[in-house]
Design a protein around this ligand. Structure first.
Ligand SMILES: Cc1cc2nc3c(=O)[nH]c(=O)nc-3n(C[C@H](O)[C@H](O)[C@H](O)COP(=O)(O)OP(=O)(O)OC[C@H]3O[C@@H](n4cnc5c(N)ncnc54)[C@H](O)[C@@H]3O)c2cc1C
Length: 427
């Protein structure tokens, strides 16, 4: 194991994360190469009274992977991915990035649900749920995890699966990094071939209400291969879908009839290209802020609110399909009856713009709050945890947290506080 401290080569690189607003200086960074080293690092941090944070892809918007003056447990050296094509399983170390998993699985025409940007970490994404273009067919990333290897707050190594530490298994599927450090995920893979299609139709903002209404109605009968998308700017509305697998053209005529099309993209591509398409736009050097909501319905009034004062970027992505097939109580992940996930995001360079940028986004998101039913745990920014989990779920998560991490060693995450749920812990 290597411990890096300020001034060591690699220290500044290891503490840099996706959101350039985060500039924290850990007292030490433990670069871990094995499960045993992760366990050692947890004990080291606790012995020295250091606040502990866990880093995989470093994409958490609030930079929770980087503790000021604490110990960052950096999992990125643990990035091995092993695919067993016969069993259709992938064994993925806790510090791997999505791109590595996608690439290894696609060599056999296989894949599992993963997010849309390849430099996102498997760790944080999967522990919070994991939404991607395959989720409507195969469920969220967390629905495809067969087992986890976990280092607990005591530095013990345990396995969690449906038949082993079942309650921990339940909590790890959507409960975030609260219960331990996952050193290995075993994923179920699916035969998907290698083809994908991207469809985007752009219309003037003046047609926005009709277009979004029509798009919403088409989504109700969309095949599971299609994930409907929409993005709204002050000048235009773009709607479409991403399709993975063969076919997908049958929906095109209906989109052409939604309104006066200004621009049309119908692009056949490969699944791997789809999965890296946004890598550059979503690059690392910008200051960032976002807010998210889940919508269980999209009434016309919500569409009007979406169109009224859009921030620099507002997007919707469809849920449903296999995500909603899983009973809500089957895993920590909640709000499976979401129709669309909404995210508004902005990026900028100049720190002088911080306040104005953040205020603008908060204001826009607030106008949509009346139509929201919670939010995705991995999109929470400065939001309370109860947006991600309804009260009964939160109560069960608090009990699990109390059993596995009563001292809240792992608190730099979307934190579920141990102890009895009080109005404070659910507020
Ligand atoms: C550009 C971009 C694109 C995104 N696209 C999607 C998407 O398509 N679908 C989607 O669902 N989400 C998406 N997200 C949200 C993403 O899921 C979260 O930002 C998530 O926190 C990223 O995980 P990470 O490992 O990269 O981040 P990190 O900041 O490294 O980790 C976040 C937190 O997760 C925990 N954690 C990470 N790894 C482990 C581990 N192995 N064991 C225990 N705890 C761990 C820690 O608590 C840590 O604080 C995207 C985010 C960004 C920035």
């Amino acid at each position: 194991m290597t411990y890096l401290t300020a001034g060591d080569p690699g220290y500044d690189e290891a503490r840099s994360v996706w959101n350039a607003m985060i500039d924290r200086r850990p007292a030490a960074i433990a670069r871990c190469s094995s499960t045993a080293e992760v366990a050692d690092a947890v004990r080291f941090g606790r012995t020295h009274g250091l606040e502990i944070a866990v880093r995989c892809g470093g994409h958490n918007i609030a930079g929770l992977a980087v503790p000021e003056g604490g110990l960052m447990i950096d999992l990125t050296p643990m990035n091995a991915v092993r695919v067993d094509p016969a069993l259709q399983r992938a064994s993925v170390q806790g510090g791997a990035m999505l791109g590595k998993l996608d690439k290894a699985a696609q060599e056999y025409g296989l894949a599992t649900t993963a997010g849309n940007v390849s430099h996102t970490g498997v760790g944080g994404l999967t522990l919070g749920g994991g939404m991607g273009w395959l989720a409507r067919r195969f469920g969220l990333a967390c629905d495809n995890v067969v087992s986890y290897e976990v280092v607990t707050a005591d530095g013990d190594v345990v396995r969690a699966a449906a038949d082993e530490n079942a309650e921990l298994f339940w909590g790890l599927r959507g409960g975030g990094g609260n219960f331990g450090i996952v050193t290995s995920f075993e994923f179920r893979l699916h035969e998907i071939g290698t083809r994908a299609m991207i469809v985007e139709f752009t219309y003037p903002a003046s047609a926005g209400l009709d277009v979004l209404r029509g798009w919403r109605d088409l989504n109700a009968n969309a095949p599971r291969e299609a994930t409907f998308t929409a993005s709204i700017t002050p000048d235009s509305v773009t709607v479409g879908y991403v399709w993975v697998g063969a076919g997908g053209e049958d929906l095109l005529p209906a989109f052409r009839e939604l309104g006066p099309v200004q621009d049309e993209v119908v692009a056949e591509t490969t699944y791997l290209k789809l999965q890296t398409r946004e890598d550059n736009v979503q690059g690392h050097r910008f200051r960032r802020y976002w807010k998210g909501h889940y919508f269980k319905a999209l009434p016309d009034d919500a569409i009007r609110a979406l169109l009224a004062t859009p921030g620099p970027s507002a997007s919707l992505q469809a849920y449903g399909g296999a995500i909603a097939d899983v009973p809500d109580e089957a895993a920590a992940f909640s709000h499976r009856d979401t129709l669309f996930e909404f995210v508004t995001a902005t990026r900028w360079d100049d720190p002088a713009e911080d306040e104005a940028r953040i205020d603008q986004l908060r204001g826009y998101a607030a106008t949509l709050a009346p139509y929201a039913s919670g939010a995705y745990v991995n999109t929470l920014n400065d939001d309370p945890i109860h947006r991600a989990f309804p009260p009964a779920k939160l109560q069960r998560l608090v009990a699990l947290k109390t059993a596995y991490d009563p001292g809240n060693v792992f608190h730099l995450n979307q934190n579920i506080r141990p102890g009895e749920p009080t109005s404070e812990s659910v507020a």
